[in-house]
Design a protein around this ligand. Structure first.
Ligand code: F6P
Length: 329
């Protein structure tokens, strides 16, 4: 039975779509690792940087003054090359050239899929930190960046509400989330929208039209519909096209919030979550854990194997979905 190589040098990187709070997680990993006498190396631009050997020492003072900043100081990328065995071999050689003993990956589903393939081929432990605004990972109640993203979307919809009210308009507002409706659902409830269209719901466009008609009968002079970009009827533009001719008394408009949801200073919630998960990721390596994602479930630190984090779909909260409908009446 080969003994596990003692971990002395940890590499950290961010991968996939950036998320507010990633810097707070990087800071927590570097500070916790340093406290435990590990040396930390930053890999710049995710798996692309791992393949190219863009790997540099990071010390505690290098993560000063980043807690409040969105984005990621390590930059990020989506790496096609890493999905090939040749690409992963080059990445392994870069890690070996820097005597890296373990990796901490901050990212989402795609990031942990790459880490899973890599760890099946090479003896380097990986621990994942869920960093994506989509909140689409089981094993954690929240992913880093989700809270900040929903707050950004909510404030954008508050602004749209002012002009929709002034002009008696029907607005379709598109939010991100890839194939998840978590951003849309929470934004819809927080911003008091008339309806929310999420990929996880089987509601039809006719159901939406019926709901909007009910509102119009109650002299609802304007309406706001939140559309998750992964919604089965298409994005806000497609849904608006399908609906606008049904309401000759509404002037129909579309607003796509887009990448505004990916930036901005992280909220307190995201900073604390990122700090807890960064600390826990180093703790997982200290405890000999490997190929797991750290998470926070019911306010407790949790660990879930990459396989489950990647393959188990995260269900939408049915109670919240029902609540959104009731409160829109
Ligand atoms: O995964 C985060 C995310 O913002 C998704 O919500 C969105 O669909 C995607 O990234 C956009 O990717 P890109 O930044 O490459 O356009």
């Amino acid at each position: 039975m080969s003994t596990r190589k003692e971990i002395k040098r940890i590499a950290i990187f961010t991968s996939g779509g950036d998320a507010p709070g990633m810097n707070a997680a990087i800071r927590a990993v570097v500070r916790t690792a340093t406290f435990n006498d590990f040396h930390v190396y930053g890999i710049y631009r995710g798996y692309d940087g791992m393949i190219k050997g863009d790997i540099h020492r990071i010390e505690s003072n290098d993560v000063a003054n980043i807690m409040h900043r969105g984005g990621t100081m390590l930059k990020t990328a989506r790496s096609r090359d890493f999905m090939s065995p040749e690409g992963r071999k080059m990445a392994y050689e870069s890690l070996m050239a820097n005597d890296i003993d373990a990796c901490i990956a901050i990212g989402g589903n795609g990031t942990f899929t790459g880490a899973k393939f890599f760890s099946e081929e090479f003896e380097i432990p990986f621990v994942g930190i869920p960093g994506t605004i989509d909140n689409d990972l089981v094993g954690t109640d929240y992913t880093i960046g989700f809270d900040t993203s929903v707050n950004t979307a909510m404030r954008a919809v508050d602004k749209i509400r002012d002009t929709a009210d002034s002009h008696n308009r029907l607005f379709f507002v598109e939010v991100m989330g890839r194939n998840s409706g978590y951003i849309a659902l929470n934004t819809g409830i927080a911003a008091g929208s008339s309806a929310v269209l999420v990929p996880e719901s089987d509601a039809s466009v006719d159901d939406l039209i019926l709901m909007l008609r009910k509102g119009a009968k109650r002299n609802k002079l304007f309406s706001i519909v939140i559309v998750a970009e992964g919604n089965k009827f298409g994005g806000a533009i497609e849904v608006a096209q399908a609906v606008k001719d049904k309401f000759d008394f509404y002037d129909t408009k579309v607003a796509i919030i887009g990448h505004l949801q990916r930036g901005g200073s992280p909220t307190c919630f995201d900073r604390v979550l990122a700090s807890r998960l960064g600390h826990a990721a180093v703790g997982a390596l200290l405890e000999g854990k490997r190929n797991v994602m750290v998470g926070q479930l019911n306010n407790e630190i949790s660990y879930i194997p990459f396989d489950d984090a990647i393959n188990k779909p995260k269900e939408i909260n049915a109670d919240l979905l029902a609540l959104a409908e009731i409160l829109a009446l």
